[in-house]
Ligand binder design. Sequence first.
Ligand code: AMP
Length: 566
Amino acid sequence: MIIGIDLGTTNSLASVFQNGKAILIPNSLGSFLTPSVVSLVDKDEILVGLSARERLSTHSDLTASVFKRYMGTNKQIPLGRKFYRPEELSSLVLRSLKRDAEIFLGEKIERAVITVPAYFSDAQRKATRIAGELAGLQIEGLLNEPTAAALAYGLHELPDESKFLVFDLGGGTFDVSVLDLFEGVMEVRASTGDNFLGGEDFRNSIVDIFIEKVAKKSKLPVEDQKLLGIIRNQAEIVKRALTDSSSVEMKVNWKDTSYTMSVTGEEFAVWSEPLLLRLRKPVERALRDSKIKSSELDQIVLAGGATRMSAVRKMVARMFGIMPTSSLNPDEIVALGAGVQAGLKMKNSELKEIVLTDVCPYTLGMEVSEKIGREFKSGFYLPIIERNTIVPVSRSEIVNCIQDNQREMKVCIFQGESRLVKDNIFLGEVTVKFPPLPASEAKADVRFTYDINGILEVEVHVLPTDEKYRSVIEENPGVLTPEEITEKLKRLEKLKIHPRDKEENRAVLSRAERLYEESLGETRRFIGEELGYFVGALDTQEENLIQEANKRLTKVLQELEGDNYL
Ligand code: AMP
């Protein structure tokens, strides 16, 4: 069995193709959304998901979130006393989803399709694959998130020759893709995006205003991580509430005092204006690259939880002059699409074969020297595979040495759009040998092959000697070596995910602890008493008592937080 996984910045989901359609897999709490948050409880025990997210403000030094943003980089994220790489933390989320899927399906799961933002670089894709490997999953393919969104909407049911745009605004990333369906072939014509723009930035605009207008004026310690955590949490509640209400009161409790600020939908729209403007650029670029006019689009598909914001929906409708398609739950679309793809991979007979093509989301090329005046100057970029070329693709360029009798040529590989390589991302290099020859005869054919999984292979064919150098791009700063993967696996094996059957208790405990810290006076004392009762029940280890105490505490928390609970 192959499962589909949407490994999101904020939440992750798993799905499977069953009885002719993709369905979502519930986690131990019965929810489809597992927050992509990891928290350390004991030395070797970790929480994943909701119970971990509840600890973001109460145990910020033991809890890690939004690590997807750092995939493919060397960033080390602290968790307790140790540091972890983003792919290690992601692997813990994947491990938790795998375990939920195994319980739900009643069989061992070892294969998965994982979705990634379309413009994820080579290093980011590799890191995602490694995260899968670290979680004990064989990755059957990486699927671009917008393509997944398209699959979820069942492209085969659309009339032929449809063109549409997927507008995917998640927690931390923004993806725009233009797709074209023609004679059963689905083509991603262009993919652009911004991997530092998402729902969290909209929330942060509320955080910033609260800090400016309330916290600083009241001399609150805004550098305190715990306080910041509470402000963020409350801003998130306000942001979501503004989807349905025109005005919301934001309330932050800190050291026996309540600090409030009222926010209207219009105010929020004004604060978000710079972000709304940033959403336009990738859309314009995707249309330009795909050579499709906005008037030719048949549908605008919304994906990603943040497209629920009315300011975003309004902007999309205004921009395209049509109402966006949003019949499926925007949080679930990508995961459902991953499930469809998993079904395709299993060659499920119930699925009509849809041919999918994809594009390489960025330009790949090499460094060359250019003659400036009489001298050669290095540092220039020769694009080999242009961005938004349909993949799999193989392209080559003939290059030659710049000096007579040059014995060596270094092919430096880059990704990016700038004319100077220093402004692009270095991916690796291959050094090849030449016999002594005049420069004009010392030629090499440099071939770049980019496959459907976003993996790049470079082959340098030295024409005078007929020697071929295949490159494994070694110096990929953000990618672990096989030895490092083995070492990380050993380290991760020691970490045990909190027992699944106890997850319900753990989640309610974390939630009560958070609410205790956020509340004041009478309410706080009351939560303290209820918490004490619950912990007492846990200590008895008697299932009936624990269940009854869980129900009681959940009811109390629900009454206190009501609809404000995320
Ligand atoms: P995703 O990465 O697709 O799971 O999207 C998560 C983002 O969607 C987060 O930034 C959430 O704050 C945002 N989101 C979820 N529900 C809502 C809502 N009702 N209104 C506004 N934003 C939401």
